[in-house]
Write a protein that binds this ligand. Structure first.
Ligand SMILES: [Zn+2]
Length: 153
């Protein structure tokens, strides 16, 4: 099974090569990972982000009643995704997401938690997401609006 990805959508598109359209559609073009994490400063920033995300994940888990075991969480610099969920149940988040407001972080985490039950973007997936985060569209729109700024180093 393919990983379920949450695509980064940007309102402004200065560089078409870096921009993905089509929203939550599955993206079959290659998503080359960006080996940006190099220096010590980056490393400690990433660890701090992982800690923050882990805390949010723990806080949100009680609303994801279908999740019996807390999923593994990892970080990976990505240019086209905020996060994804592997078939094995590991949630990967983009460290750039740390710059987003908490509700936007929660939206991405809840989105991925929903994929642990619904491994696609079918109607059941959106119904599930709407049940645990009724105003998800608002947080997604806010995140999309900030994507360009957040992806700058
Ligand atoms: Zn998704």
């Amino acid at each position: 099974m393919e990983r379920e990805r949450i695509a980064i959508q940007r309102r402004t598109t200065p560089n078409p090569l870096k921009t993905q359209t089509g929203g939550h559609r599955k993206n079959r073009q290659s998503n080359r990972q960006n080996p940006e994490i190099t220096g010590q400063a980056h490393q400690s920033g990433v660890l701090r982000s992982l800690h923050v995300f882990r805390n949010r994940l723990d806080a949100l888990l009680p609303s994801a009643l279908w999740v019996s075991t807390p999923p593994a969480l990892k970080l990976q610099m990505m240019q086209t995704q905020w996060g994804n969920c592997s078939p094995g149940g590991t949630i990967t988040l983009n460290p750039h997401l740390i710059k987003a407001p908490r509700d936007c972080v929660d939206y991405v985490i809840l989105h991925e938690l929903c994929h642990l039950k619904e491994h696609n973007h079918g109607p059941a997936f959106w119904a599930l997401l709407a049940r645990i985060m009724p105003d998800w569209e608002q947080h997604k729109a806010r995140l999309d609006g900030m994507a360009e700024m957040m992806l700058q180093k």
